[in-house]
Design a protein around this ligand. Structure first.
Ligand code: PGA
Length: 251
């Protein structure tokens, strides 16, 4: 059985006081058993959020990292630095990174290897654009991203990752994929994992759905057999809506 995993991607939102308030609001709430929870604040607030969630079951993650361990890479954050400030997770290859900052599959793979090397759990994001979906290329595009950004991991490395399927057209748009649309891609991801690795790894890996997940659509999405949680953007910025989604994971 896969433990559902709800992660909040705060993107470039909030200020320090807001980040601490949101993190402690979530950490102090009564969180249901049987669900893993994480929040991914902007880098400058990571330490504050680690402190605000200390002693709770809320894990903390970065939103990106570099693939080198250290060096002259102005503006970048090394995976070990995330570990050093108390992170357990890192989001990699989010579509905003791919589209706005030129991240490639090969770069995401290198980052995933580096993150795993220091004990971080990478949440590797894949997903098609609206144009690709309308052209009937969803499976081809998502499988291609898996080939490039996950397939180069060894079996032992791949066993530790989380995958987030986030259709680009559903992110921040209010246009959520229907449970059936999401489920068929999640199911195909497991088929891809089986062919690249094996059936037991494919059935053990958690695959989150992301893209306009809200309290009112979470139960149905998370009720799909191959959807093991959510990567939540907008609705993760308020304690109540995030907690409602966390609770929906164990209904
Ligand atoms: P959204 O973002 O929930 O605001 O659509 C999800 C994400 O980008 O991870």
């Amino acid at each position: 059985m896969r433990t559902p995993f709800i992660a909040g991607n705060w993107k470039m939102h909030l200020d320090r006081a807001g980040a601490i308030a949101l993190a402690s609001g979530i950490a102090k709430a009564e969180l249901p058993a049987g669900v893993d929870v994480a929040v991914c604040p902007p880098s400058p607030y990571l330490s504050d959020v680690v402190q605000a969630t200390a002693g709770s079951k809320v894990g903390v993650g970065g939103q990106n990292c570099h693939f080198e361990a250290q060096g002259a890479f102005t503006g970048e954050v090394a995976p070990a630095m995330l570990v050093d400030v108390g992170c357990r997770y890192v989001i990699l290859g989010h579509s905003e990174r791919r589209q706005l900052f030129g991240e490639t599959d090969a770069g995401v793979l290198a980052k995933a290897k580096a993150a795993l090397g220091v004990g971080l759990i990478p949440i590797i994001c894949v997903g098609e654009t609206l144009e690709e979906r309308e052209a009937g290329r969803t499976f081809e595009v998502v499988r291609g991203q898996c080939d490039g950004s996950i397939g180069g991991l060894t079996e032992a490395e791949a066993a530790k990752i989380v995958i987030a399927y986030e259709p680009v057209w559903a992110i921040g748009t209010g246009k959520v994929a229907t449970p059936a649309q999401a489920e068929e891609v999640h199911s195909d991801l497991r088929t891809w994992l089986t062919s690249r690795y094996n059936a037991s790894l494919a059935s053990a890996i958690r695959i989150q759905y992301g893209g306009s997940v809200k309290p009112d659509n979470a139960v149905e999405l998370l009720g799909q057999p191959n959807i093991d949680g959510a990567l939540v953007g907008g609705a993760a910025l308020k304690v109540d809506s995030f907690l409602a989604i966390v609770r929906a994971a164990v209904v």
